[in-house]
Ligand binder design. Sequence first.
Ligand SMILES: Cc1cc2nc3c(=O)[nH]c(=O)nc-3n(C[C@H](O)[C@H](O)[C@H](O)COP(=O)(O)OP(=O)(O)OC[C@H]3O[C@@H](n4cnc5c(N)ncnc54)[C@H](O)[C@@H]3O)c2cc1C
Ligand code: FES
Length: 368
Amino acid sequence: MLIRILEDIALMSGIGVILALILVLAQRWLSNYGEVTININGKRDLTVTGGNSLLSSLSDEQIFIPSACGGRGTCGACKCQVLEGGGPILPTEKPLLTKAEMADNVRLSCQVKVKSDIKIQIPEAIFNIRRFNSVIEEIVDYTYDIKGVTFKLNEGQSIDFKAGQYVQLETKPYEKIKQKVMRAYSISSKPEIRDRIQLIIRLVPEGVCTTWVHTQLKVGDKVDFTGAYGDFYLRDTAADILFVAGGSGSAPIKSMLEHLQEVGTNRKMTYFFGARTTKDLYLDEEMRAFEEFFDDFEYVPVLSHATEAENWQGKTGYLMPYFKDAIRDPKNTEAYLCGSPGMIAAVTKSLINDYGIAEEKIYYDSFG
Ligand SMILES: Cc1cc2nc3c(=O)[nH]c(=O)nc-3n(C[C@H](O)[C@H](O)[C@H](O)COP(=O)(O)OP(=O)(O)OC[C@H]3O[C@@H](n4cnc5c(N)ncnc54)[C@H](O)[C@@H]3O)c2cc1C
Ligand code: FES
């Protein structure tokens, strides 16, 4: 009887092993697309191994499409036109594509798999995005959960960017995290400095990249990043400026102010910084110094959860009611917003509906 049971177990195990083997072989056979060609802008042909996403196939060839969410299909930054060979639009793409974009063959390059020859159209500016190698030069604790990190580029490298743009940082595997990830961070230093950049990084609990930055990264470590990316940059006009940021959203605003200090300006500028309590305030001294430096710049920190014990004498509550004093002519005002998606949505709505600022004059980077 016992022998019979053992024979049955051996038979079942054997069948299981054979089925698993068939599955692995079938998968290998099915996903072996061989070499395929990516034709870019009708000019350039790249030969790549098929089966990977369009985003990673291009990045292997040193062509870096913006991918702020690291290829997770949540940011929409990696859109590009796929003219032929992209297959049908996937359910993971639909929430981030408008009807007009779908009709125009726009796709999410992180979701499209390169399985056969493919023709794509990307802006020429993408070819200027580079990979940089750097060494960590300085790490500063701005608050209990925000660090300023300076990356010194390797000898001979220099970065060209507009104040407000971002880079994508590449993590290294650590502890339980076995794979590297890419995450977007706005450059907080001014574009006039080209041999190093500073980023301001807030710790997100359980966040892969921010935990790596806050618990693993040390001065002297080697880190790679790509950039610069993004349409959130300071427009060169004479319009009044409303800066609005929360948390680590002050990074690109700091870059813009340092740049304006470098080139000079007499624009009217007001910077509203939203924080929970006094523990979340940072860069206060730098902002007060800007108030001294510029002809017409005001820094307005607003606390949403100040406790009595903090004895905060400044502004409290929501940011929006305070905009009244800062907007003298809505037609001649640009707004630069940076922070959480919730803050961006609420401020944008108020600027348009309550203050009459045109939507096209509201520029933002949402950190969600
Ligand atoms: C254009 C752009 C510029 C950015 N610039 C900066 C910057 O200058 N400084 C900065 O600190 N961050 C910035 N971010 C956010 C950054 O890219 C990461 O999303 C963030 O640091 C979290 O990464 P992570 O790998 O630690 O967390 P993940 O591992 O990606 O996320 C872990 C969990 O936290 C949630 N989560 C992700 N991001 C946030 C968040 N910001 N707040 C709360 N919960 C979150 C996720 O939904 C997930 O559940 C920027 C984002 C964009 C799109
Ligand atoms: S990289 Fe974010 S949606 Fe594709």
